[in-house]
Design a protein around this ligand. Structure first.
Ligand SMILES: Cc1cc2nc3c(=O)[nH]c(=O)nc-3n(C[C@H](O)[C@H](O)[C@H](O)COP(=O)(O)O)c2cc1C
Length: 280
């Protein structure tokens, strides 16, 4: 990343959140920070971490803490990897390459979303760590097949198939921030909402210097990369079904991860369908 984080003002995730809020236009910050409807699930997902307590064994000596582990046959220096986060290029110039590079420097893997602003091969070239490719079937099977082939061709270490996005969440903050209006790229509808960008000049400069509104270079439609404004409609038409896992499994011989399982039965089924790992 271009700037080191100043540890006198940032000591935890809440501090990083505050910095992000200060740097990003509201519509972008709320895309990262917000959830669906009344955000009940989002709050609950955060709250349950407070229920987790450790039971440390005391009076033992641990001269070295070794966090190394092996996941899907790949060596990681840390016992976690970065989850796919679509549109990261909206947060920071070439955001996916920056995040993957930071993950690699820390010794862990980066998962690139299908819905990213940087090409998978460039992300792979930008990190010393493993890159895993997350699949949405946007654009249909042939378009997804081409994406999977590209991921294979540049040496991605796992394919992560997300199955919990059959409908897009009703994100109430998006209505207030004018997400739909801003994506029309017509001055009339945009006008009431553009002040969010003007209030964040350093983000705006970076955004313009990075080419402005990103598209999706990993989703190559017959007329070129999918445009940003088309993503909602494309996602709604891209439900993954168990049948799809058969052709995906045939196409991708490497480690296969099924992401977005909410019930135990589906986790068992994912393994029966050939998954090497699941993300709950
Ligand atoms: C801004 C944002 C974008 C995301 N984009 C994707 C995506 O493109 N594909 C995907 O499979 N999951 C996506 N996710 C879900 C994350 O990969 C992850 O599963 C989720 O945030 C739960 O993990 P957490 O509790 O660590 O946030 C996204 C999450 C956020 C917050």
């Amino acid at each position: 990343m271009a700037h080191a984080v100043d540890s006198s003002s940032v000591v935890n995730i809440a501090d990083l959140r505050r910095l992000a809020q200060r740097r990003l236009p509201r519509v972008v910050f709320d895309y990262i920070d917000g959830g669906a409807d009344a955000e009940v699930t989002l709050r609950e997902n955060c709250r349950v971490f407070d229920d987790v307590l450790f039971r440390p064994k005391n009076a033992v000596s641990t001269p070295v803490c070794d966090l190394r582990t092996t996941v899907l046959g790949q060596h990681l220096a840390l016992p976690f990897a970065l989850a796919p986060v679509g549109s990261s290029r909206m947060f920071y110039p070439k955001g996916e390459i920056a995040a993957a590079g930071a993950a690699g420097a820390a010794g862990t893997a980066y998962t690139l979303s299908t819905l990213s602003g940087c090409l998978v091969s460039e992300v792979k070239a930008g990190t010393t760590g493993p890159v895993w490719y997350q699949v949405y079937l946007v654009g249909g099977r042939d378009i997804a097949t081409a994406g999977i082939e590209r991921a294979k061709g540049c040496g991605c270490g796992a394919l992560v198939v997300t199955i919990d996005t059959a409908v897009a969440g009703l994100r109430e903050r998006d209505f207030l921030n004018g997400t739909k209006e801003l994506l029309t790229r017509r001055i009339g509808p945009m006008l009431p909402y553009v002040h969010q960008f003007l209030a964040r000049p350093s983000w705006l400069l970076g955004f313009l210097g990075d080419g402005g509104l990103m598209n999706f270079p990993n989703v190559v439609l017959p007329d070129g990369p999918m445009q940003y404004a088309d993503v909602g409609a494309a996602l709604e038409k891209s439900t993954v079904c168990w049948d799809d896992l058969k052709w995906i499994r045939d196409l991708w011989k490497g480690p296969l991860v099924i992401k977005g399982l909410l019930i135990g039965d589906d986790a068992k089924r994912a393994v029966d369908e050939g998954a090497d790992a699941v993300v709950v």
